[in-house]
Design a protein around this ligand. Structure first.
Ligand code: SF4
Ligand code: SF4
Length: 305
């Protein structure tokens, strides 16, 4: 039954990522930049449903993942015991989920001693597995878990991926932002439009304030004041089946033209009830764009009058 489910979901294109790197994978990932496991404290488990919980706040997820990691240490590595663990953990984390058709896998745990990095507890390299791959026992099945790469792999330019990786310092934040491929593309495209060329890592990373401005923009995922009430999240639904589109911004209701920054505002799940709020939102984003562009756009000629 589990294998059938895994096959069915994989065939529908909604499958799951390798949460601990295989050497064979990192050598040839789509887009050439490995995104799943990035550093000592930076990794992602978003496609395993990490944020698809009724309460996906940092503290709650930390407790949930730490608890199941601890519990899994005591689980004998046999099919019945692992399935029993799965059922128990599913009961501990009941819905409603923000995206009801998207699974939250209870085998996502902390994979380092310091509990700073999320990854797959069934992976052959994870603690206690002695090199045996148990991912075939998961909801999605081993093939889907091993071979899935989210749209960010294919849709983001390599320098943009590297910039995001460089400014993110922890798993909770990183997984939320790296999977926002449309938001990131809208943001970096706006910079490149003004720059009239592609953005490079060297344009941003050597400049402390540019890095900080990128970080402040990414932090809008957590604290965007114009977020529409009731918007799903905080995790993004990035699968390509169009199940949960972000609603468009209703400019006509306010009697104003669409914002020039609409692609960004839309991907931030913005909602406005007065035109001034749109201006405020635009000004916040413009301020960050200006700080990123300042070190790389040559100053105009000095004014003489
Ligand atoms: S969502 Fe993307 S980056 Fe995150 S674990 Fe899955 S494949 Fe990797
Ligand atoms: S078994 Fe679960 S945690 Fe592991 S890769 Fe598959 S979906 Fe992710």
């Amino acid at each position: 039954m589990r294998a059938e489910i895994g096959k069915k979901v994989a065939a529908g294109g909604k499958c799951i990522a390798p949460a601990v790197p295989d050497e064979s994978h990192s050598a040839a990932v789509p887009g050439g930049v490995y995104l799943c496991q990035v550093g000592d404290a930076v990794s992602c488990g978003a496609c395993c449903g990490l944020y698809n919980c009724a309460d996906a706040s940092r503290g709650t997820l930390e407790d949930l993942i730490a608890g199941r990691t601890q519990a899994f240490r005591r689980v004998p590595r046999d099919a019945d015991a692992i399935t029993d663990f799965q059922v128990r953990m599913e009961r501990r984390n009941p819905g409603p989920r923000p995206y009801p058709d998207f699974y939250h896998c209870p085998f996502l745990g902390f994979i380092d001693a310091g509990r700073r990095r999320v990854g797959c507890l069934l992976h052959p390299m994870a603690d206690g597995n002695d090199g045996i791959d148990y991912r075939g026992l998961s909801f999605y099945g081993g093939l889907a878990c091993r071979d899935y790469f989210c749209p960010s792999y294919r849709n983001l330019a390599a320098p943009h991926k590297e910039i995001v990786k460089a400014v993110c310092a922890d798993w909770y934040f990183y997984g939320l932002v790296i999977t926002e491929d449309r938001l990131l593309n809208a943001f970096f495209s706006e910079i490149e439009k003004r720059l009239n060329r592609s953005l490079t890592m060297a344009d941003v990373l050597p400049h402390a304030d540019s890095r900080q401005a990128v970080l402040e923009f990414l932090s809008f995922k957590l604290d965007w004041p114009h977020r529409m009430p009731g918007a799903r999240g905080p995790g993004n639904y990035f699968f390509n089946d169009g199940l949960y589109p972000k609603p468009p911004i209703d400019y006509a209701r306010l009697g104003v033209a669409p914002s020039a920054l609409d692609p960004i505002l839309h991907e931030l799940s913005s909602g406005f009830n007065r035109p001034e709020a749109i201006n405020e939102a635009e000004n916040r984003i413009e301020g960050l764009l200006g700080r990123i562009l300042r070190p790389i756009v040559p100053p105009g000629p000095a004014r003489t009058c």
